[in-house]
Design a protein around this ligand. Structure first.
Ligand SMILES: Cc1cc2nc3c(=O)[nH]c(=O)nc-3n(C[C@H](O)[C@H](O)[C@H](O)COP(=O)(O)OP(=O)(O)OC[C@H]3O[C@@H](n4cnc5c(N)ncnc54)[C@H](O)[C@@H]3O)c2cc1C
Length: 430
């Protein structure tokens, strides 16, 4: 085959694209990755907590060199009203959680270095304008006036895969399948200051997940992560409901610092970065075709992000899907010069079926359950706060027995049988 034809062209230098490029280059395949940002990482926004088993799968034990922030050892799950919070806190130092807080920019820049060292060609500051399609097969990309050919194109362009969409190769993004996220990063003078704020031992990480009145009755949640010397604070909200509410997303994310239970983690920090981005949360039933004639799609572009309320997982699935796509191309190009058939590329979908898609099947219905159980974000946090306030209240009046206090709180639940059934359904879908 023509030497100018790459084994693979990867569009997008996020977690999915860089993982695919690294894997292909390590296997000796010629790979060109094109990223529109000035550097890999410049255009990416994540919460960010990564489940590091995925980095291990990509890099082996070398993943320990990756610039992650803190290992999460403390988990806080908070129910929030306008002014108060009830939290469940777990300090999990005995178990290896394999989860780290991250900032996308340094981590992706480092991953890009690894891919380049392995032999991948990375071009930044260049947008892929369109796919080259000949006789129904994707043959390459057009970028900056150039036509670049490849045996396979791996689309890793993130949540809105416009290149595939324009060619009618993938479904249009369904507004009901996406949430909108926003994040603020506050920097502190030193790592010790962050240790002190979160009340942890040096270097230990904390992940705070919260839900309640701060999302103004919209299905969604807030997150707060301790990084090395900074703190990420933000939220993820159902996009359709949020649009209807007419509130500016960035203002709402910034207002989180006014909440006493959240503001204490960022008070005194210098705002160094903020941004908003879409988050895919459509679930199993909205997943697209993963491959076709000459192309594969990975990461957010393939809808491979799972929001279970208390965890968001997109980065690990992006890495794993990048690996699976690369392995498929490596296998399919082993025979030599021929263009891999569409049939050969379906092995990618099979790889996904045998791995991460099990998680998507397990949680089928979780998104619908959360979005239709709006009491989770309004009534239940208020009930929890009322019950705790009553338990800890001491005044001149006679003591109320604990049982009476809890009974009074429970009686505020309207339709208790239906509520119990709804909660049971939630436990099953999550
Ligand atoms: C607020 C928020 C919080 C989140 N929290 C978490 C979390 O805690 N944990 C977790 O695991 N996941 C989280 N996620 C999800 C996670 O960030 C994503 O699932 C993950 O980053 C997807 O990676 P990707 O490589 O598929 O896409 P992206 O990271 O979006 O990368 C796509 C890349 O393609 C480039 N690109 C697009 N079009 C073109 C083009 N035409 N030409 C060239 N380049 C192009 C873009 O510039 C970008 O760099 C969160 C997301 C958000 C928004």
């Amino acid at each position: 085959m023509d030497e100018d034809v790459f084994d693979a062209i990867v569009v997008g230098g996020g977690f999915a694209g860089l993982s695919a490029a690294y894997r292909l280059a390590t296997a000796g395949r010629s790979v060109l990755l094109i990223e529109r940002g000035s550097t890999c990482g410049a255009k990416n926004l994540t919460g960010g907590r990564i489940y590091s088993y995925a980095l291990r799968a990509l890099l082996g034990e070398r993943w320990h060199e990756a610039p992650v922030q803190r290992e999460v050892k403390r988990e806080v799950l908070a129910l929030l009203t306008e002014t108060d919070a009830v939290s469940v806190e777990s300090t999990l130092t005995s178990a290896d959680q394999e989860s780290y807080t991250v900032l996308a920019r340094p981590l992706l820049a480092w991953l890009a270095d690894q891919a380049e060292e392995a032999g991948a060609m990375i071009v930044t500051g260049t947008t892929v304008d369109s796919l080259i399609v000949r006789d129904g097969r994707v043959r390459g990309v057009r970028a900056d006036g150039d036509e670049l050919e490849a045996r396979v194109v791996i689309d890793c362009e993130g949540i809105n895969p416009l290149l595939l969409e324009r060619e009618g190769l993938i479904r249009r993004l369904d507004p009901h399948a996406v949430a909108v996220g926003a994040k603020y990063v506050y920097r502190f003078g030193s790592a010790r200051e962050v240790d002190r704020i979160f009340g942890v031992r040096p270097g230990e990480g904390t992940a705070v997940l919260g839900m309640g009145a701060v999302t103004h009755g919209v299905f969604g949640g807030v997150f707060c992560y301790a990084n090395t010397d900074s703190v990420s604070l933000g939220l993820v909200l159902d996009s359709a409901e949020w649009k209807a509410s007419g509130r500016p997303i960035l203002d709402t994310a910034e207002a989180l610092r006014e909440h006493p239970a959240l503001g204490r983690y960022v008070d005194g920090g210098e705002l160094i970065e903020y941004g908003a981005h879409l988050v895919y949360e459509g679930g199993y039933d909205t997943l697209p075709a993963f491959s076709g004639d000459g192309w594969l799609v990975c990461g957010d572009a393939a809808g491979l992000c799972l929001n279970r309320g208390f965890t968001i997982r997109g980065m690990d699935y992006a890495v794993l899907s990048g690996i699976a796509a690369a392995d498929t191309v490596i296998e399919a190009t082993q025979a030599g010069d021929a263009l891999p058939s569409a049939q050969a590329l379906t092995a990618y979908g099979t790889r996904l079926e045998q791995s991460m898609l099990r998680d998507f099947r397990t949680t089928r219905g979780a998104h619908d359950w959360m979005s239709s159980t709006i009491d989770l974000f309004t009534v239940y946090p208020q009930l929890a706060v009322d019950a705790m306030a009553a338990l800890y209240h001491v005044g001149p009046e006679p003591l109320t027995p604990v049982g009476t206090t809890l009974w009074r709180a429970a009686r505020q639940v309207k339709k208790p049988v239906r509520t119990a059934r709804t909660l049971l359904k939630g436990v099953r879908t999550l």
